[in-house]
Design a protein around this ligand. Structure first.
Ligand code: ATP
Ligand code: MG
Length: 244
């Protein structure tokens, strides 16, 4: 039987050493993410959101505590094993898109498949399918500078998903987009979530966070709130019904 738990953090702490000063970016974080969940992580600037996502995405290691990814302790894994996990199980989306400027949309989407050793024929087939899913088949041969911000982010989404990752991490995915384009990207996330994709998204925007099913609030490196958004919405509705 497969576990419903995809991610589990036990007492995770991250301390940065900046010269003489120790910065406690994360303190004793306990967090469980189940398969299929759509979680928003919110919190003020400097509260530790990116630090947390970097650890979740196996881009950096915690100072203390244990991170379980799909039942495996990440601590025990070699750099090589972590690279495989990042490449095959994790999709990443960033505020500034992080597309390679000298590669076309198609070539950017192909990269993870290339690293995974997929044949070039399969690479283009799967990448074109993904570009089609994000509505950019007609832009496959365009370079990032020839695309709008929203289109670049859609290419980044296609690249993040082309390997069918177990989880999609997004750090302020709409931060560089106007609100209308941001909503478009968010509805894409919701559609993915409805298809079963597990998503953890960082956002400053409370309205965006309301679209996730769960909201985790960080403050000064600690989880100060972890709530189901749907239940708070239905609570609002209930109160409303009582009022009327
Ligand atoms: N490489 C680093 N070296 C030293 N301190 C760091 C480093 N990276 C982050 N910090 C510190 O750790 C804390 C958490 O930073 P982090 O980037 O995780 O915050 P954040 O919630 O993502 O903020 P923002 O919303 O501004 O992106 C901050 O106090 C920051 O100054
Ligand atoms: Mg950040």
């Amino acid at each position: 039987m497969t576990s419903h738990i995809l991610i589990q953090l036990d007492q995770i702490t991250k301390v940065y050493q900046a010269g003489e000063v120790a910065i406690w970016a994360l303190r004793d974080i306990n967090l469980v993410v189940k398969r299929g969940e759509f979680v928003a992580i919110v919190g003020q600037s400097g509260s530790g959101k990116t630090t947390l996502l970097d650890i979740l995405g196996c881009l950096s290691r915690p100072t203390n505590g244990t991170y379980w990814f799909a039942g495996q302790s990440v601590e025990s894994l070699s750099e090589q094993a972590l690279t495989v996990i990042r490449n095959q199980y994790i999709g990443f989306i960033f505020q500034t898109f992080h597309l390679l400027p000298r590669k076309t949309a198609l070539e950017n989407v192909q990269l993870p498949l290339q690293y995974a050793g997929v044949s070039s024929k399969e690479q283009s087939l799967q990448s074109l399918t993904m570009l089609d899913r994000v509505g950019l088949l007609d832009r496959a041969q365009h370079y990032p500078t020839q695309l709008s911000g929203g289109q670049q982010q859609r290419v980044a989404i296609a690249r993040a998903l082309v390997n069918q990752p177990k989880i999609l991490f997004a750090d302020e995915p709409t931060g560089n987009l106007d609100s209308c384009t941001g909503k478009e990207i968010l509805s894409m996330f919701q559609a993915l979530h409805e298809q079963g994709q597990t998503i953890v998204m960082i956002t400053h925007d409370h309205e965006l966070a309301m679209n996730a099913e769960r909201r985790v609030t960080l403050s000064d490196g600690q989880v100060i709130n972890d709530e189901s958004v749907l239940s708070s919405l239905s609570l609002l509705q209930d109160t409303h019904e009582l009022d009327s």
